[in-house]
Ligand binder design. Structure first.
Ligand code: 13P
Length: 244
C-alpha cells in the first residue's frame, strides 16, 4: 500500500483549511464516491490549529490526521510545547519527526529526534522520521547517523535537504539508491527487532508535485511520498493521491 503524506508546514489558517478540505471532498465525490480508496494511506500533517478542522473531514474522506511537531516529555515546565498525549487526545495519529527545518532552524539534534521517536511510539502516534543529506554531504555517513533514531513502527521519509522547496527533485536513480541504502542500514542495525527485521516503509520527499509523483511512486523501494508545497493546493494534491 502506498503512503501519500502531506506536510503543510506553517501554512493555512483554519478558514483556509476548511476551504481546502471542502474542495478535496467535492473532488472526491466526483471521482471516488467520496472516499480516498483503501489501497493507499493518506496522512495530512497540518498545523496544530487546523487539527480540529482536519478531524472533521478525516473519517468522511478516509485520511489520517498528522501533526508536525511535539515535545517528547510527558508533561511539565516546557512553555509553549505540546505533548504526544495532547495530540492523541484530539485525534492525531501521526507526527513528523526530524524534519530538516526543525533540525536546522530549531537546533533539534539526533538525540532529541530519537527521544521524539520513542515518545510518539509510546503514545500510539506513528512517527514519520525524516532523514537526508545537505548538498555536498556524504549520503551514507548522514543516513547512518540519522537512522540511529529509527525504531520499529516508524515510517522513514528520505528528504535530501537540497531538494526541499527548491524544485530540484532527486533523479529516480538517486532515490532508488538512497532508499535501498536506508533499508539495508535498518536491516543491519536490526532496529526492526526481528530476524530478519521488518523493512520500514520509506517515503521520498523534496519537490514532489502533481507532474513527477507517478514516476517517483513507481520507483523501486519507494513506499510513498511526502509532499510539501504541492499539498497546499487541493487540485494538485488530488492528482498526486489519484496517480497510484
Ligand atoms: P516541498 O515538497 O515543498 O519540496 O517540501 C518537502 C518537504 O519538506 C516535506 O516535508
Amino acid at each position: 500500500m502506498k503512503i501519500i503524506a502531506a506536510n503543510w508546514k506553517m501554512n493555512k489558517t483554519r478558514e483556509d483549511a476548511h476551504r481546502f478540505f471542502g474542495e478535496l471532498a467535492e473532488k472526491m465525490k466526483l471521482q471516488h464516491r467520496g472516499q480516498i480508496s483503501n489501497d493507499k494511506n493518506v496522512i495530512i500533517c497540518v498545523p496544530f490549529t487546523a487539527i480540529g478542522i482536519a478531524r472533521e473531514y478525516a473519517d468522511e474522506l478516509g485520511f489520517t490526521v498528522g501533526a508536525q511537531n511535539f515535545h517528547p516529555a510527558k508533561n511539565g515546565a516546557y512553555t509553549g510545547e505540546i505533548s504526544a498525549e495532547m495530540l492523541c487526545e484530539i485525534g492525531t495519529r501521526a507526527v513528523l519527526v526530524g524534519h530538516s527545518e526543525r533540525r536546522t532552524l530549531f537546533g533539534e539534534t539526533d538525540d532529541f529526534v530519537a527521544q521524539k521517536v520513542t515518545g510518539a511510539l509510546t503514545n500510539g502516534l506513528t512517527p514519520i522520521l525524516c532523514v537526508g543529506e545537505k548538498d555536498g554531504e556524504k549520503l551514507e555517513a548522514v543516513l547512518s547517523k540519522q537512522l540511529k533514531s529509527y525504531q520499529k513502527g516508524a515510517i522513514i521519509a528520505y528528504e535530501p535537504v537540497w531538494a526541499i522547496g527548491t524544485g530540484k527533485v532527486a533523479t529516480i536513480a538517486q532515490i532508488e539508491q538512497a532508499h535501498a541504502l536506508i533499508k539495508k542500514l535498518v536491516a543491519e542495525s536490526n532496529a526492526g527487532g526481528l530476524n530478519p527485521p521488518e523493512p520500514p516503509a520509506v517515503l521520498y520527499g523534496g519537490s514532489v508535485n502533481e507532474k513527477n509523483a507517478a514516476e517517483i511512486l513507481a520507483a523501486k523501494n519507494v513506499d510513498g511520498v511526502l509532499v510539501g508545497g504541492a499539498s497546499l493546493d487541493a487540485d494538485k494534491f488530488m492528482t498526486i493521491i489519484t496517480c497510484v
